[in-house]
Design a binder for this molecule. Structure first.
Ligand SMILES: C[S@@+](CC[C@H](N)C(=O)[O-])C[C@H]1O[C@@H](n2cnc3c(N)ncnc32)[C@H](O)[C@@H]1O
Length: 271
C-alpha cells in the first residue's frame, strides 16, 4: 500500500478537522468565490474549505488520497444538500483523471504539502489550472514556534528516521523551495506571492483532551506514539505535547481550547 495513503487512512482526520472549521470558513471568505467558479480542493480532507466554497456558489471538486475522508466529505456535502460539491479519490502527485486547464481556482490547505514528489505536485496543480486562474496553498512552516509545526517536530523526534530520499512536507513552508517548484512547472517568480496567516484550532474541552484526539486520530502523531510505546517513551511524548498545547492555549477558560497556528499562504497567478 502507498505509505502516503496509509498514513492518512490510518487515523480519522475528521476528528481534527472539527476544530478547524471556523478558520476554514474565514479563509474561504477571502478567496472571492463567485457563482459557478470551478474549484479544485486538493488534499481536501472532509471539506473544511471545499464546503464553504460550495456554499458560496462554486462548483467544487474535492480530491483526497484517503478513501475514508472522501466518503466523509461526500456525506457532509449530501447532508447539507450541496449538489455542487463532490469528493473523489486522487493523488496530488498524479492527477491523470483531471483534464488540463479545468479549474479557475485550485486550493490546497495543508493538503498537497503532504504528498511526496513536490515537483510533480506543482506541475499537476499548474496543469489543471486554466490560464488566468489562480492557486492558493496553505503550508505549515518548518521550525515555526506555533502549534502544528511543533506537533510535527515533536512527533518526528519520537518516530523512526524517514526513508532515504524522503523530502519533508515542511519544505512547502520555505519560500525559496515553493518558488523553485513552481518555476519547474513554468510559473515565473513574479507570479508567486506569500503571506503569513493564522489557522486557529477551536475545541470545546481542555487542551489535554485535544492532545488525546491527536494521539488517537492524527496519522503522524499516532505513528509517533506507536514508536514511543516501543521505546518506553510514550509518557514523555504525551507530556511534551500537553506542555505545548497548554502553553499555546489562548482561551480565557482553561476548560476550552483555542490555539492559533501560523502558516504560509502561497498565491500563484497562472498565465
Ligand atoms: C492535514 S489534512 C488537511 C485536510 C483539509 N485540507 C483540511 O484543511 O481540513 C491533509 C490532507 O491531505 C491529504 N493528502 C495527503 N497526501 C495526499 C496526496 N498525495 N494526494 C491527495 N491528498 C493527500 C490527506 O489525506 C489529508 O486529508
Amino acid at each position: 500500500m502507498n505509505p502516503n495513503k496509509a498514513l492518512w487512512e490510518k487515523g480519522d482526520f475528521t476528528r481534527i478537522a472539527a476544530s478547524m472549521r471556523e478558520s476554514g470558513e474565514a479563509l474561504v471568505e477571502e478567496l472571492a468565490i463567485t457563482n459557478g467558479l470551478e474549484v479544485l480542493d486538493l488534499g481536501c480532507g472532509d471539506g473544511t474549505t471545499a464546503l464553504p466554497a460550495a456554499r458560496r456558489g462554486a462548483n467544487v471538486l474535492g480530491v483526497d488520497i484517503a478513501s475514508n475522508l472522501v466518503e466523509a466529505g461526500n456525506a457532509r456535502a449530501q447532508s447539507l444538500g450541496l449538489t455542487n460539491c463532490r469528493f473523489q479519490e486522487g493523488d496530488a502527485t498524479d492527477l491523470h483523471e483531471l483534464e488540463d486547464d479545468r479549474f479557475d481556482l485550485v486550493v490546497s490547505i495543508f493538503g498537497a504539502m503532504f504528498a511526496p514528489k513536490p515537483f510533480d505536485v506543482a506541475k499537476e496543480i499548474v496543469r489543471v489550472t486554466r490560464p488566468g486562474g489562480r492557486i492558493v496553498m496553505g503550508n505549515w512552516i518548518p521550525n515555526d514556534p506555533t502549534l502544528v509545526a511543533q506537533i510535527l517536530k515533536i512527533s518526528s523526534s519520537y518516530s523512526p528516521p524517514p526513508p532515504e530520499g524522503f523530502i519533508s512536507p515542511m519544505t512547502w513552508g520555505v519560500e525559496s523551495s515553493v518558488i523553485e517548484r513552481f518555476l519547474g512547472a513554468g510559473i515565473p517568480r513574479e507570479n508567486v506571492s506569500f503571506a503569513r496567516d493564522t489557522f486557529t484550532f477551536e475545541y470545546p474541552h481542555m487542551p489535554s483532551k485535544l492532545v488525546d484526539i491527536f494521539r488517537k486520530f492524527y496519522g503522524p502523531t499516532m505513528n509517533a506514539f506507536e514508536a514511543a510505546e516501543k521505546s518506553g517513551r510514550a509518557d514523555d511524548l504525551q507530556r511534551e505535547l500537553e506542555d505545548l498545547f497548554n502553553s499555546q492555549n489562548k482561551s480565557l477558560s482553561k476548560d476550552t481550547t483555542s490555539i492559533p497556528a501560523t502558516y504560509l499562504r502561497v498565491s500563484v497567478a497562472v498565465n
